[in-house]
Write a protein that binds this ligand. Structure first.
Ligand SMILES: Cc1cc2nc3c(=O)[nH]c(=O)nc-3n(C[C@H](O)[C@H](O)[C@H](O)COP(=O)(O)OP(=O)(O)OC[C@H]3O[C@@H](n4cnc5c(N)ncnc54)[C@H](O)[C@@H]3O)c2cc1C
Length: 342
């Protein structure tokens, strides 16, 4: 059995960021990724300015789209948040994954793709092709259906179900978000432009709304908006936002596996990068104080308080959506909202 200081399950943004920091500290690391190619993931690919705090050198030519204008719709109002410089962007997940891969210190990282971790035992993992790998530390960066999380017997109750279409398009499209309780409950629908396609999707909290109802409402909405799906590809995936801790002796969780994702917006790329980096720093130095994780959790708590308010509001939810979109017309409030993206 080959032994590693750290084994990371999953090569998404969290796993790759964790491996980057570990490898640069000369820690012998193994990444196990079940997909053949690193990067592709069902995702709208939306990022905000915060992303560049982690990757200040991210090349502009890898961005699919950037805008200083985001349109928000409620049943009664429409308003565009506008800033002087771009604040929302979209990226292609495969390109992000491949770019992150290049940042690893190659001699310190072994990458095994196309194999899946099936079982975790004290200090070793077993894969679907019956290989065994030993670890001192294990990092579960394996997303919404994490096997590492299941091994830790953590509940996964807070989830968003998403429905997503990728439609080929090179037209100039706007970035838009649509809130309507009658259609998407506490969730929302989006249109996120990319270089060669537009991502149109919706998501809602599964505790509150059935996926069958969401699907039927989404299709009604697509028809009303005359969105042509003839060449579109359809995808669906859950988003886990049920945070129940990230450090369990020598086992860590990062990114969506830990539920760091926002339950309000579904934003998961930034929390994945931040938590992947923080977990690596904790492994390198057990005395490290992970303030960035504290900040993530603080922000997540505020968002989940708002989510609870939306749940309680029930049939009056549209009043809240209308109030917010209308209030965005006030520059000070709009500025405050936009600063949350930075
Ligand atoms: C429809 C949709 C739209 C979204 N839009 C956005 C958006 O616009 N902006 C945003 O910030 N976030 C968005 N998200 C959320 C975002 O995609 C995730 O939160 C983010 O990818 C989490 O990163 P991660 O590294 O934690 O996990 P992931 O990116 O899910 O990576 C986990 C990796 O682990 C691998 N894996 C899983 N199990 C095993 C196993 N047993 N063995 C080996 N490998 C394994 C998987 O193949 C995967 O590559 C969206 C999600 C969905 C579903």
């Amino acid at each position: 059995m080959e032994n590693f200081e750290v084994i990371i399950v999953g090569a998404g943004p969290a796993g790759l960021k964790c491996a980057e920091v570990l490898s640069k500290a000369n820690i012998k690391t193994l990444i196990i990724e079940k997909k053949e190619t690193i990067g592709p993931k069902i995702c709208a690919g939306g990022i905000t300015r915060k992303f560049f705090r982690i990757f200040p050198d991210f090349p502009n030519n890898l961005l699919d789209f950037s805008t200083s204008e985001a349109f928000l719709h409620s049943p009664k109002h429409t308003h565009a948040i506008q800033t002087e410089t771009p604040f929302v962007f979209t990226i292609n997940r495969e390109k992000l994954g491949q770019w992150q891969l290049e940042r690893l210190k190659k001699e310190m990282v072994t990458i095994k793709t196309n194999i899946k971790v099936l079982k975790i035992e004290p200090n070793k993992v077993i894969t679907n092709d019956n290989q065994q790998f030993g670890f001192k530390y294990l990092v579960g960066a394996d997303g919404a259906t994490s096997i590492v999380r299941r091994h830790l017997k953590l509940k996964s109750e807070k989830k968003i179900i998403t429905l997503h279409y990728k439609t080929p398009s090179t037209a100039k499209n706007k970035l838009e978000v649509f809130m309507d309780n009658r259609l998407f409950n506490i969730g929302y629908a989006w249109k996120f432009p990319h270089k060669n396609y537009i991502s149109t999707g919706c998501g809602a909290d599964t505790r509150n709304f059935s996926s069958a109802k969401l699907k039927s409402n989404f299709h009604k909405w697509l028809t009303n908006k005359s969105i042509d799906l003839s060449n579109a590809t359809y995808e669906s995936a859950p988003i886990l936002f049920d945070y129940r801790g990230y450090k369990f002796e020598n086992i860590f969780l990062a990114g969506e596996a830990a539920g760091f994702t926002s339950g309000l917006t579904g934003e998961g790329i930034y929390p994945a990068l931040v938590s992947g980096e923080e977990v690596a720093k904790l492994i390198i130095n057990p005395g490290y104080i992970p303030n960035e994780i504290k900040n993530l959790l603080h922000y997540k708590k505020i968002q989940e308080r708002f989510l609870t308010l939306l749940i309680i509001a029930g049939p009056f939810r549209n009043n809240i959506f209308n109030f917010i979109v209308n209030k965005l017309k006030k520059p000070k409030f709009a500025e405050k909202v936009a600063s949350g993206f930075s």
